[in-house]
Design a protein around this ligand. Structure first.
Ligand code: AR6
Length: 172
């Protein structure tokens, strides 16, 4: 599995599966979630609503992941995951690690070959950028040697110079 960095807007990068930093409601929001629903169109929200009705009455717990259509995006699937809100009193790193692991597991399950990730929890959810990037890189690269299945390419997508510098520092 190849891990590379491609800065910019995640909705513009063609991959099989785009990971969304969603919230438990799966009903959309700001940040990368807002961008994905905007560019992907109403089909994504429609499928999220169905998932809520049929499988997830209480929403998607933090650290878990689930796939929907990617609508009009240049991808086949959006994999929604819910990052932890950063806390100074409690270490929630395991939940953030789980977001990357579970998203990759879902990517393998649907048969995606390439997967892109935003810097989960590092926006609205307040996780310090450098630490979020360290966890992202360590988790994805450690899975790269163990993962069995279809995924051959992971694209880490920093949005902004600080996120890009953090990804590069940890990937090298
Ligand atoms: N492409 C790539 N990365 C982006 C984009 C984009 N178009 N837009 C923002 N980012 P955030 P979170 C970066 O806030 O912290 C939403 O309202 C952003 O700079 O999107 O996990 C959800 O509905 C940051 O580095 O996600 C939830 O309620 C990273 O994506 C909540 O925010 C994550 O920032 C989730 O918060």
């Amino acid at each position: 599995m190849d891990v590379r960095i491609e800065p910019g807007d995640i909705t513009a990068i063609a991959v099989d599966a785009i990971v969304n930093a969603a919230n438990s409601s799966l009903m959309g929001g700001g940040g990368v979630d807002g961008a994905i629903h905007r560019r992907g169109g109403p089909a994504i929200l429609q499928e999220c609503r169905r998932l809520r009705e049929r499988q997830l009455p209480d929403g998607l717990p933090a650290g878990q992941a689930i796939a929907t259509t990617a609508g009009d995006l240049p991808a086949r699937w959006v994999i929604h995951t819910v990052g932890p809100v950063h806390s100074t009193s409690e270490d929630r790193s395991d939940t953030l690690i789980s977001c990357y692991r579970e998203s990759l597991r879902v990517a393998v399950a649907v048969g995606a070959r390439s997967v892109s990730f935003p810097l989960i929890s590092a926006g609205v959810y307040g996780w310090p950028i450098d630490d979020a990037a360290r966890i992202a890189v360590q988790t994805v690269t450690s899975m790269a040697t163990r993962i069995e299945g279809t995924v051959t390419e992971v694209v880490l997508v920093p949005f902004g110079e600080r996120a890009e510098a953090a990804f590069r520092a940890h990937l090298s």
